[in-house]
Design a protein around this ligand. Structure first.
Ligand code: 8IG
Length: 277
């Protein structure tokens, strides 16, 4: 039987997570982007590991640098639900599949989600390895998780407010943990390829500082369900036309590996700041 209602599918996924982990409620979700997977090993005490694709609604991930892992971590008093990988539009998944992790996190009790990604940088002053807090986004994917039948009666209505897509409270907290963080606007494209230099000039004119192929739909779905969102990009390459060399996925993974300690310290610090006194 296929389930048509994505919110019902998320409820079933959350129930499967409860029974697989033995943990009734999670507090915070963390979605790990390309090259961020190693961070899952250093965030706290592992309470349970589950094969992500064994949970209803999650397809097997196929991108290098992502893991087919759902991990429950005790991170300084916070119950953290870590998604070791994500689905992308460019893999042919629809918006509902792309945001299924976020909706599942909401159904599992999470009040906040940390969305991480690797991204191209449009600010020529940012070196590869720069960590950037997403202050706002431009969804250029041509998709939205709010398209389709209206949400069921027990969910908020479709036209969600995105005035504060990314939580200023969580950004302040992150800045207090790591003073070297930059801030930037993330442009999310459907991807499948990197941009042309002309497209990057267009994005710069639009006000984008970062460009990537993920995150924007998840942020919309999270705000729709009332979750606070913290977005963190790791600049792993200068965007096309700014970069002296052609873009390659291997440099993404190398830059991510180098940034891992800073990333782990940042996430641990944010979680500690969120924990109840
Ligand atoms: I990593 O330069 C990474 N992801 N669209 N453009 C887009 N996505 C990216 C890029 C980039 N770098």
């Amino acid at each position: 039987m296929t389930i048509e209602d994505p919110y019902e599918l998320a409820a079933q996924a959350a129930a499967a997570i409860r029974s697989a982990t033995g943990i009734d409620r999670h507090d915070v979700a963390l979605v790990l982007g390309s090259g961020w997977a190693g961070a899952a090993d250093r965030l706290g005490d592992v309470a349970a590991d589950v094969e992500l694709s064994s949970i209803p609604g999650f397809p097997p991930p196929a991108v290098a640098g992502h893991r087919n892992l759902l991990r429950s971590i005790d991170a300084g008093g916070q119950k953290l639900l870590v998604f070791g990988g994500r689905s992308h539009l460019y893999e042919g998944h629809d918006a509902a599949t792309v945001v299924h992790g976020v909706r599942t996190a909401a159904a599992a009790g999470c009040g906040a989600v940390i969305l991480t990604n690797a991204a191209g940088g449009l600010n020529p002053a940012w070196p590869v390895g720069q960590l950037v807090l997403i202050q706002d986004q431009i969804n250029l994917s041509g998709h939205s998780p709010m398209v389709g039948p209206p949400p069921p009666e027990d969910q908020p209505g479709r036209f969600c407010d995105l005035t504060e897509a990314y939580s200023s409270r969580l950004r302040r907290l992150a800045h207090s943990v790591d003073s070297r963080l930059a801030d930037g606007v993330y442009a999310g494209l459907i991807g499948g390829n990197y941009e042309t230099p002309a497209e990057i000039r267009m994005l710069a004119t639009m006000g984008a500082d970062l460009v990537g192929m993920s995150t924007v739909l998840e942020a919309v779905a999270a705000r729709h369900l009332g979750l606070e969102v913290l977005g963190i990009s790791l600049v792993t390459n200068l965007a096309a036309g700014l970069s002296p060399a052609p873009l390659a996925h291997t440099e993404v993974l190398e830059a991510a590996k180098e940034a891992e300690t800073r990333v782990v310290d940042l996430i641990r610090g944010v979680l500690a700041g969120l924990a109840p006194e």
